[in-house]
Design a protein around this ligand. Structure first.
Ligand SMILES: Nc1ncnc2c1ncn2[C@@H]1O[C@H](COP(=O)(O)OP(=O)(O)OP(=O)(O)O)[C@@H](O)[C@H]1O
Ligand SMILES: [Mg+2]
Length: 266
């Protein structure tokens, strides 16, 4: 990984249970891919009957906690483990790409920059063979051009990230895309309208999550107060034939069962 730990030498404590759950989630994704399942179709998004129907469905993990509860520290420890146990677990090796949204750094909130950063990391990771070759296609490259990518980040995300990944042979082990503070930059006060389909990193991810390859786990963190964002990532299970999105996270790692939100509180 290009960056180094944001903990900057500070010792990381506890949270073993979260890493354990994440390991389980990744194993679930790997198992999903090993059993046959239909892929989501970007070409026909309205007709994606397989999504949400079990195996291969798009579910992810949304880590919620209050300000200062340790979400960023946890993401950091996940990517750059500092403890022998963390290193041994090896979850950092399953990171396909990561992004830290920071309110004070507008570049990190730019959706076009987010997409370009993902593409660069996936290329450099070497985890997906053949991805770089797909990216060499001038038609694909055109979506990443400065200006173009900012104008239409959703199209760039589809053409340069999702479609190439969906066309690849799945890796032996599932991988994850980590986005810390996905709620940053979403000045969506409760009750306000969102800015459009892909106006923020959160909107881009929530709007396209059902088209993620089944071997790719979306792992995001957000403040629990950011209700608009947590809602964006959850779909009532009663809405049939829609993706579970990150509801599973809230359900599974979330307040209902195994990971009460309060557990991340100081
Ligand atoms: N498990 C931990 N071990 C050691 N230090 C930690 C741990 N969790 C949090 N910290 C420290 O506590 C402080 C706040 O943590 P952090 O920035 O991760 O919170 P956060 O949940 O991301 O907050 P925000 O919602 O403001 O983004 C930081 O200095 C961080 O290094
Ligand atoms: Mg944080």
């Amino acid at each position: 990984m290009a960056q180094t730990s944001l903990l900057q030498g500070k010792q990381f404590y506890c949270r073993e249970w979260v890493f354990h759950k994440l390991q389980h989630c990744l194993q679930e994704k790997t198992n999903c891919c090993n059993s046959a399942g239909s892929h989501p179709s970007l070409a026909n998004p309205g007709n994606n009957a397989s999504a949400g129907s079990g195996k291969g469905a798009a579910w992810g993990v949304l880590l919620v906690g209050g300000p200062g509860s340790g979400k960023t520290a946890l993401c950091t420890e996940l990517l750059w483990p500092s403890s022998p146990a963390g290193l041994q677990r090896g979850l950092h090796r399953q990171a396909l790409a990561f992004h830290f949204c920071k309110a004070q750094d507008s570049d990190t909130l730019c959706v076009g920059g987010f997409v370009r950063g993902l593409v660069a990391q996936i290329c450099h990771s070497g985890l997906i063979q053949g991805y770089e070759d797909k990216l060499r296609d001038p038609a694909v490259q055109s979506f990443l051009q400065p200006g173009e990518c900012e104008r239409n980040p959703a199209e760039a995300f589809k053409r340069c990230v999702l479609l190439p990944l969906l066309g690849m042979k799945p890796p032996q082990q599932s991988l994850y895309l980590l986005v810390d503070s996905v709620d940053e930059g979403c000045n969506i006060a409760e009750g306000e309208q969102t800015s459009g389909l892909s106006g923020t990193v959160a909107e881009l991810l929530a709007g396209h999550h059902e088209f993620f390859p089944p071997w790719l786990l979306l792992l995001c963190s957000a403040r629990k107060q950011s209700k608009a964002v947590t809602k964006m990532f959850t779909v009532p299970i009663s809405v049939k034939q829609r993706h579970l999105s990150l509801a599973w996270l809230i359900g599974c790692l979330g307040q209902k069962h195994m990971m009460p939100v309060e557990r991340l509180e100081k």
